[in-house]
Design a protein around this ligand. Structure first.
Ligand code: SF4
Ligand code: SF4
Length: 94
């Protein structure tokens, strides 16, 4: 026998997951309006992981430390989430 409640619940869950994925994608592309990230130089080891995830090409390594180009950065926070050394944080408004 077909359990209609289960089918409806499954469809709702799929739509919620799809919506969350769209929101995540939009944030990574368009960023968080007005948010600015900053590098804590004393914690940065210059591994370069943040440069690999930044889709705006806004991070470079200069003399062994990450440097954010604030003109390019959209505040998406991908670099914050990838940094194993907690060396990037939201550091104010744009
Ligand atoms: S991922 Fe973190 S530690 Fe590595 S270069 Fe970027 S800011 Fe520095
Ligand atoms: S928040 Fe980080 S990953 Fe996102 S655009 Fe700015 S520097 Fe690049």
């Amino acid at each position: 026998m077909i359990d209609n409640n289960r089918i409806v619940k499954g469809a709702v869950i799929k739509r919620v997951i799809a919506c969350l994925m769209i929101i995540l994608l939009a944030v990574s592309i368009y960023g968080v309006a007005g948010k600015q990230v900053a590098v804590i130089s004393s914690q940065c080891v210059g591994c370069g992981d943040c440069t690999k995830v930044c889709i705006k090409d806004a991070v470079v390594i200069v003399r062994g430390k990450a440097l954010i180009n604030t003109d390019k950065c959209n505040g998406c926070g991908l670099c914050i989430s990838i940094c194993s050394y907690n060396a990037i944080r939201y550091g104010g408004e744009k």
